[in-house]
Design a protein around this ligand. Structure first.
Ligand code: GTP
Ligand code: MN
Ligand code: MN
Ligand code: MN
Ligand code: MN
Ligand code: MN
Length: 198
């Protein structure tokens, strides 16, 4: 997967009818705990293991009946995360950017991020097995390790060496930087150490 260009919401909406639109979201919460009583967890960031064995964010294709990008996103979040996602109601203000991919089909991937309280995020995790798509399109939620262990590989670098769907890996790196969840220098080191970059 090559580098993809970032577009604004308006630019992405001006693309012609040959493009399909999908919306995905990063949900996160501050997480004060320490792993082994020592390593700060920083934040809880949610991704999911998908039916195809790749990691991605909750969300999906926007259908014509949805009416707007955000309506499509909120419907997909309910299908994939369960009824507990209904109150999240992501909005235009949660927009981070769009990327387009020409292959295997013309797709605009819109990306959102929203900060929750740790209580809200834990409630989502607890209800996720009740989602319509649980066990089908969604095999489980995972938290992203944001730390790097002493060996320089364990944690975020090893997580980044997984297989990601579409440009989900770039979206993850973008959001971790933009939301200040991981310091930029550490993010670049983890990206390089993963042996999975572009
Ligand atoms: P169906 O109900 O089977 O259509 O699935 P869906 O609507 O949930 O769609 P899905 O989430 O699989 O994503 C729609 C498109 O976006 C597909 O082409 C995926 O390859 C791609 N995609 C899936 N997850 C992500 C993601 O986290 N980031 C990006 N950039 N693309 C993704
Ligand atoms: Mn143990
Ligand atoms: Mn879906
Ligand atoms: Mn989906
Ligand atoms: Mn869908
Ligand atoms: Mn579906």
């Amino acid at each position: 997967m090559g580098e993809s260009r970032l577009l604004s919401r308006a630019e992405a909406l001006e693309l012609g009818p040959g493009w399909r639109h999908a919306c995905h979201a990063l949900l996160c919460a501050p997480c004060p705990g320490r792993l082994f009583g020592r390593v700060p967890l920083r934040h809880a960031v949610l991704m999911q293991m998908r039916f195809d064995g790749r990691l991605g964010f909750p969300g999906g294709f926007v259908d014509p009946q949805d009416g707007s990008l955000e309506a499509g996103l909120n419907r997909e979040l309910r299908e994939e995360l369960g009824p507990g996602a209904a109150p999240l109601s992501l909005a235009e203000g949660d927009y981070l950017g769009a990327r387009c991919e020409e292959t295997p089909q013309r797709l605009v991937a819109h990306f959102y991020a929203k900060r929750l309280s740790l209580e809200q995020l834990r409630a989502l995790e607890a209800g996720a097995t009740k989602a319509k798509d649980h066990g089908l399109e969604v095999l489980g939620l995972v938290r992203v390790p944001l730390y790097t262990l002493r060996d320089g590989a364990g944690g975020l670098p090893t997580f980044l060496s997984n297989s990601f769907v579409g440009c989900a890996r770039e979206q993850l790196l973008q959001a971790l930087g933009a939301l200040g969840l991981v310091p930029e220098a550490e993010l670049r080191r983890a990206d390089a150490a993963s042996g999975n970059g572009p």
